[in-house]
Design a protein around this ligand. Structure first.
Ligand code: HSO
Ligand code: ZN
Ligand code: ZN
Ligand code: ZN
Length: 266
């Protein structure tokens, strides 16, 4: 079984799962290790959820449980940082504010709108909305270098009005190539996020064709995450994802300890 390097617990505002229940599920699944990556979306649009983690409380419990389970499963301390181009000072400061093992940079907000909500798609076609999301991903990647992997680069297709209809690498080739080349130039990894299977898309985020293209362009840093917010979603469809990644040309995936990559055979 693979390490799951994208997990949320009740320290994230959209999860109810006690951290210890997630660790116990990881042990039951026989995972070698897990990394918690709680949400920290600075300046998230006002709404029910604020996506801000109490970092000191999170770090304390995570380190205590890491010790408690040290003989059974490796537990790592990470963060999923929400990227927005105007947070030029705040995000790099956050990245060095604790001794993180692993940092994901994710785009959950584009033009101050949440693609999870309808208003992001109003007044434009799905193609235009998705293309705009990718432009914002690229702008964030040009702005920031302070994280290890880029989370779910096609997050927007989980929530669009017609989901992944008419969506492929080919349909957005130019902008996706720019994103992948920027990741590679900057030495930032690409995440393969299995939540797409959970959302019924029939593929991970990003899709196989994008993963294959990343490999073709020379991309090597690939992290695996379920984006689980509850124990039953941990390592969701990982065996299927592992086979798919091998078919895309990958032999290794990547974990991080104290922000240093280690490559593990798929
Ligand atoms: N960022 C969440 C989804 C979301 N819920 C956005 C409300 N807004 C997925 O981890
Ligand atoms: Zn979430
Ligand atoms: Zn995310
Ligand atoms: Zn997440």
């Amino acid at each position: 079984m693979y390490y799951d390097f994208h997990l949320h617990t009740s320290f994230s505002s959209d999860s109810q799962a006690p951290m210890e229940s997630m660790i116990q599920r990881g042990i039951a699944l026989g995972l070698p290790g897990i990394c918690f990556t709680e949400h920290m979306d600075l300046d998230f649009p006002p709404g029910e959820l604020n996506f801000l983690v109490d970092l000191p409380a999170y770090e304390k419990i995570c380190r205590e449980l890491k010790e408690k389970y040290a003989d059974t499963i490796s537990v790592f301390f990470g963060l999923e940082m929400g990227l927005q181009p105007h947070l030029k000072k705040e995000i790099p400061t956050l990245a060095t504010s604790s001794d993180f093992d692993f940092l994901i940079g994710s785009v959950h907000v584009a033009d101050r709108l949440d693609p999870y909500k309808k208003d992001f798609y109003e007044g434009r076609t799905q193609y235009q909305a998705y293309h705009r999301y990718f432009e914002v991903v690229l702008e964030n990647l040009k702005t920031f270098s302070c994280f290890d992997t880029c989370g779910h680069i096609d997050y927007v297709v989980r929530y669009g009005p017609e989901k992944n209809k008419d969506y492929s690498y080919r349909a957005y080739r130019d902008i996706l190539d720019e994103i992948l080349k920027t990741l590679i130039e900057k030495g930032i990894g690409l995440e393969c996020n299995s939540a797409g299977f959970k959302y019924g898309l029939g593929h991970p985020n990003p899709t196989e064709d994008i993963l294959t293209r990343y490999r073709e362009l020379g991309g090597e840093i690939l992290t695996l995450g379920s984006d689980g917010h509850a124990p039953e979603h941990m390592a969701y469809d990982f065996p299927k994802m592992g086979e798919l990644l091998k078919a895309c040309g990958f032999r290794y995936y990547t974990i991080f300890k104290k922000r240093k990559p280690e490559f593990i055979k798929l």
